[in-house]
Design a binder for this molecule. Structure first.
Ligand SMILES: N[C@@H](CCC(=O)N[C@@H](CS)C(=O)NCC(=O)O)C(=O)O
Length: 236
C-alpha cells in the first residue's frame, strides 16, 4: 500500500515564495502532497480559511497542526522540525540574526523593487527603480562575501537559508535579462553573485527547483493581466 503523505503544501507554479518551501522540503527529504492554487481564478476556500489575512501562497499544512504561512516562517519551521537533516541557519545566534535581517531586507525592499520595475508604466519611476536594484545588487554582493567566508554558498560549503531565500529569484533575474534587457547581477558589478548563480543552477537540488525564466513569463503575464487598464487619452 502506498504510504500516506501527510504534509501538504498549497502553492502556485512560478511563485518564488512557494519555491523556497519546495526547496527546503526537498533538502530536508520531507515528503508532501502539493496542491496547486490557481491565482487567476477566485481564491479557494482552502486558501481563504488557512491564510485569511493575507490570502497568499505558500501555505504549509503539517499533519495535526495549524497551517503555517509566510515562506520565511515556513522555512524556519521546517528547519526546527528537522534540525539534523541539512540545517539551514547557522548555529551562532548572531549569524542567524544577520541572515534573518538580510532575508527581511530582500523581501521588503529588493523584491518589491523588482516587481514594481517589471510592472510600472512610469518611465521615471522605472529609472529610479533600476538604480535602486543596482545598489541592492551591490549590497547583496558584499553580503555574499561576508556570509560565504570564501566558500561556495551564502551558507558556506553547502546551500543554506540565504541561498534558498535569494536563489529562487535567479529565474526572475534571467527574465529581467532576456525580456527587459536589464542585468540585476552581472560579471563586472557582482562577480561573486554571478559565480554563485552558476553554481546554484548546476546544483542537483537547486537546479531542479528554480524554474527557468519561461515559467516566470507566464506568471508575469498573469500579474500584468491584473493591472488596471491604461486610462484612455481624452482629446480636448
Ligand atoms: N511574504 C509572502 C509573500 C507571498 C506572496 O506574495 N505570494 C503570492 C504569489 S508569489 C500570492 O499568493 N499572491 C496572491 C495575492 O496576493 O493575491 C511570503 O513570503 O510567503
Amino acid at each position: 500500500m502506498a504510504q500516506k503523505c501527510e504534509m501538504k503544501l498549497l502553492g502556485s507554479v512560478g511563485s518564488s515564495f512557494v519555491n523556497r518551501v519546495k526547496f527546503t522540503l526537498k533538502l530536508k527529504s520531507i515528503e508532501y502532497d502539493y496542491i496547486e492554487e490557481d491565482l487567476n481564478a477566485n481564491k479557494s476556500e482552502l486558501l481563504l480559511e488557512s491564510n485569511p489575512v493575507f490570502q497568499r501562497v505558500p501555505v504549509l499544512f503539517p499533519p495535526n497542526e495549524p497551517p503555517v504561512t509566510e515562506s520565511l516562517v515556513i522555512m524556519e519551521y521546517l528547519d526546527e522540525l528537522q534540525p539534523d537533516i541539512h540545517p539551514l541557519l547557522p548555529s551562532n545566534p548572531s549569524e542567524r540574526a544577520q541572515c534573518r535581517v538580510l532575508a527581511y531586507t530582500f523581501d521588503t525592499l529588493y523584491y518589491p523593487w523588482m516587481k514594481e520595475f517589471m510592472l510600472t508604466r512610469d518611465k521615471e519611476r522605472k529609472e529610479e527603480l533600476g538604480k535602486l536594484i543596482i545598489e541592492g545588487s551591490m549590497i547583496l554582493e558584499e553580503a555574499f562575501v561576508k556570509f560565504s567566508k570564501g566558500k561556495a554558498y551564502f551558507g558556506g560549503d553547502d546551500i543554506g537559508y540565504l541561498d534558498i531565500v535569494v536563489g529562487v529569484f535567479l529565474g526572475w533575474m534571467k527574465l529581467f535579462e532576456v525580456v527587459l534587457g536589464f542585468n540585476v547581477i552581472e560579471e563586472v558589478r557582482t562577480p561573486k553573485l554571478i559565480e554563485w548563480g552558476n553554481r546554484m543552477w548546476s546544483h542537483e537540488v537547486a537546479g531542479s527547483i528554480i524554474p527557468g525564466h519561461e515559467i516566470h513569463m507566464n506568471f508575469l503575464n498573469m500579474l500584468k493581466g491584473k493591472l488596471p487598464p491604461l486610462p484612455v487619452p481624452v482629446s480636448v
